[in-house]
Ligand binder design. Structure first.
Ligand SMILES: Nc1ncnc2c1ncn2[C@@H]1O[C@H](COP(=O)(O)OP(=O)(O)OP(=O)(O)O)[C@@H](O)[C@H]1O
Ligand SMILES: [Mg+2]
Length: 307
């Protein structure tokens, strides 16, 4: 059984001022299952719904359409106290997860307090010290404040904080995007090692296809709130199935085949066909008439008439 299974999930947000409320469909019709021990890379351009999907998977938001299951049960039917410590998130900016007023020890230990699993002070020092060592920091970093750390070190502390309760599922949302490329590679390798060690499942969100390649065994591609491809990393990085994924590969320099380039432009969400139709090099008549559904093709799923 999948650890997390999204069945046709979607969410509408109420946006606009109080006198002109309207709904924004940030995500729709997304099917995704995350198996135990699996890291799924989620890619797509800004506003495509990556963070929205991630937040639904860790129960921070509840889908307004479809069902999100955790071990076969609706996630929102599970009491908060029974979920505590099982889900964790590492975000782009450590300043969002690290309180500048707290020493590293207290930031890393806080989730233990929240879940009521903190022991004595000596125990905490020992457990936090061991966790810091796992993320490549000496135990004496416990005494420091976030401003005394480099960006890479702060992100290591955020990861230690996320993993201290031994979560089953971790959301990495642009977790390395703010770091220098050389530091990124170190942190990505570390995430891989930590996963192999602790066995958690994860969603690794990034707009950088090279970063997801390091850590993910499967890649899900979002476009305008819809999933357009879900493929094993090996076949995805050979050549993706969906023209949009291929366009992302071109944009990231993973291929130099200009025939795969996508024109930039407005997304027409009111179109009844594929929202990509006006940008796609492979557009056909059918694409403007209706939205293609996800279909299984040579071991991957993607939503394209032309494919
Ligand atoms: N809480 C919210 N209230 C209203 N609209 C929201 C909310 N969260 C996200 N949105 C909207 O939903 C859409 C998807 O946003 P989301 O943050 O998931 O995109 P993203 O793929 O993570 O983008 P980025 O790469 O910029 O982080 C956007 O149009 C965004 O403005
Ligand atoms: Mg985001």
């Amino acid at each position: 059984m999948a650890l997390i299974e999204a069945r046709s999930i979607g969410i509408d947000f109420d946006i606009g001022p109080p006198w002109a409320r309207r709904k924004l469909r940030a995500l729709q019709d997304v099917d995704l299952s995350v198996n135990e021990g699996e890291i799924i890379g989620v890619v797509g351009e800004s506003g495509s719904g990556k963070s929205t999907l991630g937040n639904l998977c860790i129960g921070r938001n509840t889908p307004t359409m479809g069902e999100l299951l955790y071990r076969g049960r609706p996630l929102n039917s599970i009491q908060r106290k029974d979920r505590a410590g099982k889900f964790a998130a590492v975000l782009q900016h450590p300043k969002w997860s690290l309180n500048p007023m707290l020493r590293v020890r207290d930031s890393v230990a806080e989730p233990l307090q929240i879940t009521g699993t903190a022991g004595s002070k000596a125990d905490t020092t020992r457990i936090v010290g061991a966790m810091l060592e796992q993320v490549g920091l000496r135990a004496d970093f416990q005494e420091r404040y976030p401003h005394e750390l480099s960006g890479g070190q702060r992100q290591r502390v955020s990861i230690a904080r996320a993993l201290i309760t031994k979560p089953e599922f971790v959301l990495f949302d642009e977790a390395v995007s703010a770091l220098d490329v050389s530091v990124q590679a170190q942190v990505l390798n570390m995430i891989k090692d930590l996963q192999a060690d602790a066995g958690f499942s994860a969603i690794f969100i990034s707009h950088d296809l090279a970063a997801t390649r390091y850590v993910a065994s499967r890649i899900a591609v979002l476009y305008a709130g819809r999933m357009v491809e879900d493929a094993p990393a090996e076949s995805f990085y050979g050549l993706a199935g969906h023209p949009y994924s291929q366009g992302l590969q071109f944009a990231s320099g993973l291929t130099d085949d200009e025939a795969l380039e996508l024109r930039l432009g407005q997304i027409d969400l009111t179109a009844k066909g594929c929202p990509l139709a006006e940008r796609c090099p492979k557009v056909m008549e059918a694409c403007r008439a209706s939205m293609p559904q996800m279909e299984q093709r040579d071991g991957r799923r993607y939503a394209c008439f032309a494919g």
